[in-house]
Design a protein around this ligand. Structure first.
Ligand code: FES
Length: 125
């Protein structure tokens, strides 16, 4: 069996939603201390719905595929739904990741949560 699924390869080669949202109202940045990879997530939230999402990932192929898939999974969803997204759901949507690459999908979950926290903090101000 191939190490990576077709979906992982597709999202790695043609990542969706790459870039920056200039007027994002939720931004999250997380890193994995062990591998040094970094992921930044930009959310545009209107009426509690994620109307746009973009990411920048400086990391391995699995991290890029995970962030791409994660953005697809939360786009158009409510902030509550986005908060429920787990790294497992991201990996499943990619038809699986090798065990030793599961931590790359954790980065995507954490980046989204961090961006949502940033949104709530900004809203309180
Ligand atoms: Fe660092 Fe994949 S090896 S996120």
């Amino acid at each position: 069996m191939a190490l990576y699924s077709d979906k992982v390869m597709d999202h790695f080669r043609n990542p969706r939603n790459v870039g920056v949202i200039e007027d994002a109202n939720g931004i999250g940045e997380v890193g994995n201390a062990k591998c040094g990879d970094i992921m930044k997530m930009y959310l545009k939230i209107e009426d509690d719905i994620i109307s746009d999402v973009k990411f920048e990932t400086f990391g391995c192929g699995s991290a890029i595929a995970s962030s791409s898939m994660a953005t697809e999974l939360i786009k158009g969803k409510s902030i509550d739904d986005a908060m429920q997204l787990t790294n497992k759901a991201v990996a499943e949507a990619l038809d699986g990741l090798p065990d030793y690459k599961m931590h790359c999908s954790v980065l995507a979950e954490e980046a989204i949560k961090s961006a949502l926290e940033d949104y709530h903090k900004k809203k309180e101000k």
